[in-house]
Structures are given as C-alpha cells and as structure tokens.
Design a protein around this ligand. Structure first.
Ligand code: GLU
Length: 409
C-alpha cells in the first residue's frame, strides 16, 4: 500500500463514521495544487546534476497552506501528497489557522556538500517562489532539512519579494526563528506520552521506551523523557542502534551522537539493529523516523503496549488493525507530532508582529494547545468508542469540513 493509499484509508474510515457525502469527501481529499519542478545545479566537481522538486498544496479552507520540506532519496509525488493531506488534518487538530502542504526534493542529501545543498535550495525557491509566501504557503523543516536550509529559503525568497521573514518557519533563532522551534516536535511527543500515562494511571518512572530515530524528533524526545525520569532503553538511527535495560544516559548519548554523527557504537550499551528495536520488550514503542515502518511483515513482532507515532504515517492500515485487535494503543501522528507545526505557527505570528517571545512562553502556549487537543480527542474516542486515530481524524476533518461549508465554493 502506498503512502497516499494509507492516508486515504484513514480518511475514508473517518469520513464514513462522520457520514460525509461522496461529493464532500472528494472535495476534501483532492489536492488543490501539485507543483513538480526541475532543480538543476552545478556540483562541486563542475558537473551538472538534475533533481525533481515537489510542492503539494492540499487544502487552505482554514488558512494558508503549511507544511515541511523533505530532502530524501525516497521522496516522490505520492508521498508528498500523503504528507500534505496529513498536514491539513494536523493543523486542524491543533486548531491553528493553517491548511496543509508538503514539499520535497528527491535527493540523497547526506551525499551533498553544504555548497551543493545551498545551491539546490536556492534553485528550488527560484522555481516555486510565486506559489509560496507568508499568506500563501509557508514551508518548514522536515526530514533531511534544518534551520540552515530555512535560512537559505528566506534569503532567496526575499530576493524576489523583499523582507519577509514569515515566508518560512524553523529558521535559526539568529535569523527570525522562534526560540523552542528546534525542540518543539520531540517535546510535544513527550508531553503527549505523559498525558497518555496519566489517563492510563501508570507511573512514568516504571515505564520503558524504545525510540526508532535519533534525528531532530527522536533526540529531543529522548531528552524530554530522561528529564521526566522515564527510562529510554533503546534507540536506533540510520546507522545502527543501542540498548541498555537499565536505561540509557541520554545526555551522554547526545554528546556521543554529536561527536560521531550517529549513536551506533555508543559504549555504555549493547548494539541493536533496527528490526530488533521494533520487536523489543518495552512498554512504549516510538517510531520517530520514516513512514510505513510498522507493517504486515513485522506487526506480530511488536511487544509494546503503546505505539506513539512521532514519525508521519509510520503504521500501515493492516498493522493498525492488528494493533487494535490486540489492544495495543496507537497514538496518531496528526496529534503526537503536531508540536512542530504549532511552534511554527508561533514563529509566523512573531514574524508578522516583529515581536520575539521568550522560550517559556513558547513552551507554555504549546503545552496548552496540545493538551486541549489531546483532551478533545480522548473525549471523542471515549464517547464514540473509537480509536484515538479515528477520533483525531474526526476532529481534524470535522473542522476542515465546517470551514469549507462556511466559506462556500
Ligand atoms: N514537518 C513538520 C511536520 O510534519 C513541521 C511542519 C511545519 O512546521 O510547518 O509536522
């Protein structure tokens, strides 16, 4: 099943539950604009390399399109559309005034030099600058991109449109970025886990967690859980994994990862491959990297009681159904990882007002918004006796549907 078919499946399930007409379903699901452009750059060795860039704008009934930009060799139009759709429901779940979009370039970004990455980013902005902007569509970091890439986007966009820091979020704090944007997604995931534990009446200090991915999301999540005294026993990244049943010392692991470019080989632990991480005996399993990792092939190996979707689209429908039948609780991506776009919203607000918030304020406001969304979703799930995913879609799609009807065609 492709990434988009997965997104469509979850939409269909909820749409049926909501009793949406076929016409309304088609209207809500069809993307408003899909852009596909050539991005040609000169490599450091003087040769020309040509890449394909995408930007898909799914829905803007509730506000300007919003969503990340992914640099990865597996990026394609289907995946970008799936992720753009998820952004529409995600911004709606946390009730921030945006629609949904996603972009990407099909490239193995790890193989590019900083100069090549910069040229790639600037050429991409040259190709799409007319369809993005502070009131049109606001890109942000995603897999393979970071604050530096956002700084190049802003700089290149401004060459066409003048000073416009709100045209992109996730920028460096020295260049109109919000304090706390970096940690926001991981911190939000941690917060959602703590709230789930409170609802389940379980003691955080007695729980164990395995995290797949130690990038922006996984690393800040591990740090947050460590501070809350929740035991993170296993972590993996693209190069390998580590396990320690007494709990990993996350600040030390951070330092090691920073020095070595990976957590693989971290001394105070045993090595672990990615496949074994998904099957490890931990209470919480957190996929925090690629999509589609929990599927028919490995769903029966999962031993966790809770799956926390820090990544976008990590669970295929077959695996989702299986987990539900086994009583494994899945917390859905469109709630769990919404902290990132929530703080992107704060950055956009600050840029529009030329006013900078302190980190404390960002954290407070994010916690408030995510807690409210969690409580609403929990209530819907309990009242209707449905999964948290269906409840999140119910809330997200419901708001977009209402805005669409109110605005009219
Ligand atoms: N890429 C992130 C996501 O998937 C953040 C998007 C944003 O901040 O606009 O939610």
């Amino acid at each position: 099943m492709s990434a988009y078919e997965t997104a469509e499946y979850y939409f269909d399930q909820s749409a049926r539950l909501m009793g949406l007409s076929d016409n309304m379903q088609r209207l809500l699901l069809t993307p408003e604009r899909e852009v596909k452009v050539q991005v040609a750059i000169e490599m450091d060795n003087g040769e020309i390399a040509t890449y394909i860039g995408f930007r898909t704008q799914h829905d803007q009934a509730r506000g300007p399109y919003k969503g990340g930009l992914r640099y990865h060799h597996e990026v394609d139009q289907d995946e970008v559309l799936a992720l753009a759709t998820l952004m529409t429901w995600k911004t709606s779940v946390v009730n921030i005034p945006f629609g949904g979009a996603k972009g990407g370039i099909q490239v193995n970004e790890k193989k590019l030099s900083p100069g090549e990455l910069e040229r790639l980013t600037r050429r991409f902005v040259d190709a799409i600058h007319d369809v993005i902007g502070p009131d049109k569509d606001i890109p942000a970091p995603d897999m393979g991109t970071n604050a530096q890439v956002m700084a190049w986007i802003m700089n290149q966009y401004q060459k066409f449109h003048g000073f416009n820091p709100a045209c992109v979020t996730g920028k460096p704090t020295e260049l109109h970025g919000a304090e706390g944007r970096d940690e926001a997604t991981g911190r939000g995931v941690g917060l959602m886990m703590m709230q789930l534990m409170a609802k389940q009446k379980i003691d955080p200090k007695l729980q164990t967690v395995a995290i797949q991915g130690f990038g922006n999301v996984g690393s800040y999540l591990a740090r947050y859980l460590y501070d809350q005294q929740v035991k993170v026993i296993a972590v993996s990244d693209a190069y390998g994994g580590v396990v320690s049943y007494e709990g990993l010392n996350i600040p030390k692991l951070w330092e090691y990862a920073q020095q070595n470019g990976s957590i693989a080989g971290y001394p105070e632990s045993e090595p672990l491959d990615n496949k074994s991480l998904l099957a490890i005996d931990a209470d919480f399993l957190v996929p925090a990297a690629l999509g589609g990792v929990l599927k028919v092939d490995n769903m029966k190996d999962v031993r966790a009681k809770y799956i926390i979707e820090a990544a976008n689209n990590p669970t295929t429908p077959e695996a989702d159904r299986y987990f539900e039948s086994k009583g494994i609780i899945v917390m859905p991506d469109i709630l769990v990882n919404a902290g990132g776009v929530t703080v992107s919203y704060f950055e956009w607000v600050q840029n529009q007002q030329y006013f900078k918030w302190e980190l404390d304020r960002t954290r407070r406001e994010m916690d408030r918004i995510m807690t409210e969304s969690f409580e609403k979703i929990w209530e819907i799930a309990t009242q209707k006796k449905i999964s948290l995913r269906l409840a999140a879609y119910f809330l997200g799609i419901g708001r977009v549907g209402k805005a669409t009807v109110l605005g009219g065609i």
